[in-house]
Design a protein around this ligand. Structure first.
Ligand code: CA
Length: 228
């Protein structure tokens, strides 16, 4: 069964999330503190998506996200943000989250986001079971890994999806809307800036000089493309 971890200290909100995810067919692991969430993730290595509240009594959700990412780049992470805290979104994404949901959210919105991340993290059949080679990169679509000059680059699932899309379309300018549709899915409710934030983070990992990118280049007023 597909496992989701829910970290939320307010029991009424946690209960609401848990009930709705169970209804949608997920097995749910609950945690009320960041420390407990990390322990449970160590126990349940097959959790594929984690929902992390930010304001918590012990370590906060950003720190939990950072620690999860330090050891696991494959798990999907969704931050639960408060409407009043716009900056949470960007901070969360910079600490390695894949997505965020703003409270209060509807059950439909929440499960749509979890479903979308699940699909991406979920060993869905790739049509191409080999490697895409664009020197100095080799993208292995079977085990979803990237190497640059033979060195493994650790990517989140979203980052992997972005680079996969670029390497399948080298030299083609892709609009931010297209990237959002291709990577996050057409049922995604979020904003375009999530594309820019993820590309900024990806550039830090793959570019020789992230301030002067040569692999993922900007197409001004439009979007991005692979190559100059
Ligand atoms: Ca809280």
């Amino acid at each position: 069964m597909k496992k989701v971890l829910v970290l939320e200290d307010e029991s009424s909100i946690r209960g609401f999330i848990v009930i709705n995810l169970r209804r949608a067919g997920y097995e749910v692991i609950e945690a009320e503190s960041g420390e407990e969430a990390l322990e449970k993730l160590a126990e349940h290595r097959d959790v594929r998506v984690a929902l992390l509240d930010i304001m918590l009594p012990g370590i906060d959700g950003f720190e939990v996200c950072r620690r999860i990412r330090a050891g696991n780049s494959r798990i999907g992470i969704i931050m639960l943000t408060a409407r009043s805290q716009e900056m949470d979104k960007v901070t969360g994404l910079m600490t390695g989250a894949d997505d965020y949901v703003t409270k209060p959210f509807s059950p439909a919105e929440l499960t749509a986001r979890v479903d979308a991340l699940m699909r991406r993290s979920g060993g869905a059949e790739e049509e191409n079971d080999g490697c895409i080679r664009l020197a100095p990169f080799v993208l292995n679509t079977r085990n979803r890994t990237l190497e640059k000059n033979g060195q493994r680059v650790k990517l989140t699932q979203v980052e992997y999806s972005i680079i996969h899309m670029f390497m399948e379309n080298p030299g083609k300018a892709l609009s931010r809307e297209e990237i959002l549709d291709l990577v996050w899915g057409r049922d995604y409710f979020g904003e375009l800036k999530i594309v820019d934030v993820n590309i900024r983070r990806l550039r830090l990992k793959i570019e020789d000089n992230p301030t002067n990118p040569t692999y993922i280049t900007t197409v001004w007023g439009y979007g991005y493309k692979w190559g100059a």
